[in-house]
Unconditional design. Structure first.
Lengths: 239, 141
């Protein structure tokens, strides 16, 4: 992956596979979750928003961890690709956090009776959204891309401390949000025909992330290498 | 690993630890205030002013919901299995409001020890199951 032109060529094939597999996985998961799985004994059909809410929450948090890792590599080894990956991942992560906040609100109104409440889980997730916004903003204010990458790398490493707070907020404090259904130590407190589609949706969301990340990365490479000969050749071939 | 990279690694680890430590200090300083609501026991010992707006939460006690037939007035008891708090509310309750279900209310404590709520939110748990499974669980009990 060291050479941008090589990556550019290789990734166009990967894009097809990622695109196809994410569409298949996600539609299978959503179809099973929304169409086939049974209604909840208490919430009825409303709970089905979980098939979007939970995977986007997982993505919003794991993309930030991914970005912090990219930041680490970028600062220590100064690998250009890590900076580009970090920049390419940020808007995707932010979109997933926006999605989790929106679906949470839509779910909260009919079940809890409110769109929003300032409890620890909701507030810490909102802070994550602002950190994403700060990160994207910071990158765009620094003209030199390499310097911008380094600045956001540090911000990503500092910001990653919010992730354990979000994860544990429902255990540390009294919140309106319920504790996690999926735990590392015990079986999920959800019946199998409900959590199996959810797991498929999570895999689907990861594939969607990989797909959009590759697209963003390709654009980022073209932009940064725009003065190079190979870019002119690629663009020339397409037009 | 060459010395410069090693130095950068140490600097980054220091930043990460510093940031985690700062977050930990902030959250532990906020600790009590981060709770969304007080339990009936905490309300009892807190010596609240009757004008203070607070949130109380707990489980709705079985058989404690009394609905007024002519109006939207409702009275119910919230318990944390140690202490109880009688809640008075006028308004529409959320769909998931039920006996033996979690609830968070916002309002103020009256001088007679009851609580007048201006907002009632239903808390739901992390368990999801089809209605048939829920029925089976009830029968087993």
């Amino acid at each position: 992956m060291g050479s941008p032109p090589l990556f550019y060529r290789w990734s166009s094939k990967a894009l097809v596979w990622l695109g196809v597999s994410s569409i298949i996985t996600l539609s299978l998961g959503l179809f099973m979750g929304i169409g086939l799985s049974p209604a909840d004994y208490k919430q009825g059909d409303v709970y089905r928003i979980i098939y979007i809410h939970v995977p986007s929450a997982i993505m919003g948090e794991s993309i930030f961890i991914f970005m912090a890792l990219c930041g680490f590599i970028n600062i220590i080894w100064r690998a250009k690709i890590s900076g580009m990956l970090l920049k390419a991942a940020a808007p995707i992560g932010m979109s997933f956090v926006l999605l989790v906040l929106t679906t949470g609100s839509i779910w909260g109104k009919p079940t809890w009776g409110t769109w929003w409440v300032w409890d620890a889980r909701l507030t810490s997730t909102l802070i994550l959204f602002f950190i994403y916004a700060a990160l994207i903003g910071l990158h765009s204010t620094i003209e030199d891309k390499i310097k911008a990458d380094r600045a956001v790398s540090i911000l990503a490493i500092v910001g990653v401390a919010i992730i354990p707070v979000i994860k544990k907020s429902v255990d540390w404090w009294q919140t309106l949000h319920q504790p996690s259904t999926f735990k590392l130590t015990s079986a999920p407190s959800m019946s199998p025909e409900m959590y199996q589609p959810l797991l498929i949706c999570v895999i689907g969301f990861y594939l969607v992330f990989a797909f959009i990340l590759t697209l963003n990365l390709r654009n980022e490479i073209l932009e940064r290498e725009s003065s190079k000969k190979w870019v002119k050749e690629v663009i020339g071939n397409q037009s | 690993m060459n010395p410069i990279r090693k130095q950068r690694l140490f600097a980054l680890i220091a930043i990460l630890i510093g940031s985690l430590l700062a977050t930990w200090l902030i959250t532990s300083a906020l600790s009590e205030n981060m709770n969304l609501f007080y339990s009936p026991t905490e309300i009892k010992v807190a010596n609240l002013d009757d004008e203070m707006l607070v949130r109380a939460g707990g489980m709705v006690k079985e058989g404690s919901i009394i609905r007024d037939t002519g109006s939207l007035n409702v009275t119910f008891t919230v318990t944390d299995y140690q202490n109880e708090l009688i809640i008075k509310y006028e308004g529409i309750l959320p769909d998931l409001f039920d006996e033996n279900a979690g609830v968070v209310v916002r309002g103020n404590l009256n001088t007679d020890g009851t609580f007048t709520a201006i907002e009632v939110l239903a808390k739901h748990d992390e368990n999801y199951m089809p209605p048939e499974v829920a029925e089976m669980l009830i029968e087993e009990k």
